[in-house]
Design a protein around this ligand. Structure first.
Ligand code: GLU
Length: 544
């Protein structure tokens, strides 16, 4: 039996050769310094903020070098896969408008972009390695593996399948292998490592700098029992065939680099450049730890959609995490788009990027203060249609009032920064809607005696309020009302002799504010009253 026939038994049903694929996926026609980068999320559940971070970084490097950024779904671990996981990734990333050049949706010349659909490709490569005696079948059971680990632990040796531990299976003859297969014993295919743990390899990581490792000498699994490759093997095959120039990925993969270097060497390819991105961390009880979907709701990108934290604010925030000089650049270039920033590996954190929710919310507040009232209305409505139907209906019914309210102290030099997320808007506008302004709980402050409150409201409304007043006239009238009822209209005089008054003009304004909105803090009261109009103001005063 030839080695080729032998390989066909071990990896059956493969129609094309490795060479066929190498010729099929031609070198990309790009300029020398163009970067080809990718993200490779696995469909194991909702998308992690780290994946979005990696996507933003990858996309930036590709765009600024006129390169390519593609999305590859890494679904070779089918045990961990969740239903609809691929769509979850595609939809979540689409919300952030990353825009991949190639992906399972867009397609592209280097597809398929879903690893499980590339099974035949990996098979062809594994077959080739078996033919060249660079890979071999391994039949050991979980129990046998466990006893090897126990023996290694006992002798304080290194853990893994390598050297003497792998010798027995490496030495199996073709006949012995075929007999086992005939007996139906399941097997995986392992790399026949050629490495020596005593040798050192040096890798120049684009972010971490020079990193030294011992060579890999583990006979790692490259093809699993289900015929799908392991992450390591798929990475080598795909990133070669797809002509990735820079592998930007989470630094949990840094320690696997020796395996990857050996795989590329075994395949006879130049490895790509590696850029291991620091993980996003969180501070807890004075310690830093990796942000995790299990413990931290904000680790899940859906969290931001649910809260209505604007997509652009999240993106700006992730850019500040990625490059230490991004914030400075934004201040210097307030009118530039994110896409105009040049990202540099040198400016990336080598250890950990600390996630700061307060900072993100500040960015969001700033961002939302700068958009027009109409845009704010439309984005809030989009959010509400998904997460708060009742609010969405009301927004549609009271569109004008909602926009006018959102426009108070907006579209000016120093706009009001009261919302960090669309989910906060309801609390800031509901009281403007007639239908919702019933059975209220009022936040009365210093003046909280109902008789005094009614006296102020009635006097003010009957004797001073005039719908056509300018803001200045309006405020003077409030003051006149104070004088009449024994409240200080002049703060200075009040401070000099507070006991001489029942309260001051600020307290009186607060009574009017609370009566009309229930709230002690609102945007400009004059504007609120303008929007409510005389009839509604009258109705609200009568409710007290
Ligand atoms: N599927 C891998 C992960 O989810 C991707 C790593 C890579 O980008 O190579 O961590």
């Amino acid at each position: 039996m030839t080695r080729e026939e032998y390989a066909s038994i071990l990896v059956p049903n493969i129609t094309h050769t490795r060479k066929y694929y190498e010729e099929l996926y031609k070198k990309r026609d790009l300029k020398e310094d163009a970067m080809v980068v990718r993200i490779g999320p696995s469909p194991t559940g909702s998308v992690h903020i780290g994946t979005l971070y990696q996507a933003i970084v990858a996309k930036r490097f590709a765009s600024q070098t006129n390169g390519v950024c593609f999305l590859r779904i890494e679904d070779t671990d089918q045990k961990r896969e969740v239903e609809d996981g691929v769509n979850l990734i595609l939809n979540s990333l689409a919300k952030y408008d990353i825009g991949f050049d190639e992906s399972p949706l867009e397609g592209g010349e280097y597809g398929p972009y879903i690893q499980s659909e590339r099974k035949e490709i990996y098979g062809a490569f594994v077959k080739d390695l078996i033919e060249k005696d660079l890979a071999y079948p391994s039949f050991i059971t979980e129990e046998e593996k466990k006893s090897i680990t126990e023996a290694q632990t006992k002798s304080k040796g290194r853990i893994g399948y390598f050297g003497p531990w792998a010798a027995k299976e490496r030495a199996l003859s073709i006949e012995e292998v075929l007999n086992k297969i005939k007996d139906g014993i399941p097997y995986v295919i392992r790399l026949k490592s050629n490495g020596d743990f005593e040798n050192k390899i040096v890798v120049e990581d684009c972010i971490k700098g020079r990193v030294e490792f011992p060579e890999n000498d583990m006979d790692i699994v490259i093809l699993k029992r289900d015929g799908l490759p392991t992450y390591h093997f798929a990475h080598a095959v795909d990133d070669f065939l797809m002509h990735t120039t820079h592998v930007t990925r989470g630094d949990e993969w840094l320690s696997s680099v020796p395996i990857h270097i050996e795989l590329f060497k075994t395949l006879g390819y130049e490895p790509p450049k590696y850029a291991h991105l620091a993980t996003i961390q969180k501070e807890e009880d004075g310690h830093r730890r990796k942000i995790s979907k299990r413990k931290d709701p904000e680790a899940n990108v859906l969290y931001y959609s649910e809260k209505g934290i604007p997509v652009d604010a999240v993106k700006i925030y992730l850019m500040t995490l990625a490059n230490s000089n991004f914030e400075e650049w934004m201040i210097e270039n307030p009118n530039s788009k994110l896409e105009e920033f040049t990202m540099e590996f040198k400016k990336m954190s080598t250890s950990g990027a600390l996630f700061d929710m307060e900072k993100l919310l500040n960015i969001a507040r700033n961002y939302l203060s700068k958009i027009s009232a109409k845009e704010m209305y439309e984005e809030t409505l989009l959010w509400a249609e998904k997460y708060d139907k009742e609010f969405a209906d009301m927004l549609k019914e009271e569109k004008e009032i909602a926009i006018a309210t959102l426009n108070i102290e907006r579209e000016s030099q120093k706009p009001r920064k009261d919302f960090a997320m669309y989910s906060e808007v309801k609390n800031g506008v509901w009281y403007m809607f007639k239908e919702w302004f019933t059975n209220n709980e009022y936040e009365w402050q210093k003046i909280n005696d109902l008789e005094n409150i009614k006296e102020i409201l009635n006097t003010y409304f009957k004797e001073y309020y005039d719908e056509t007043d300018t803001e200045e006239e309006w405020f003077n009238k409030v003051k006149l009302c104070c004088d009449k009822l024994g409240y200080a209209s002049n703060m200075k005089e009040y401070k000099q002799n507070p006991d001489a008054y029942k309260g001051n003009v600020a307290d009186v304004s607060t009574v009017i504010r609370v009566a009309l909105t229930t709230k002690s803090k609102t945007p400009n009261l004059y504007d609120i009253m303008k929007i409510l109009g005389k009839e509604e103001i009258k109705r609200r005063i009568e409710l007290i």
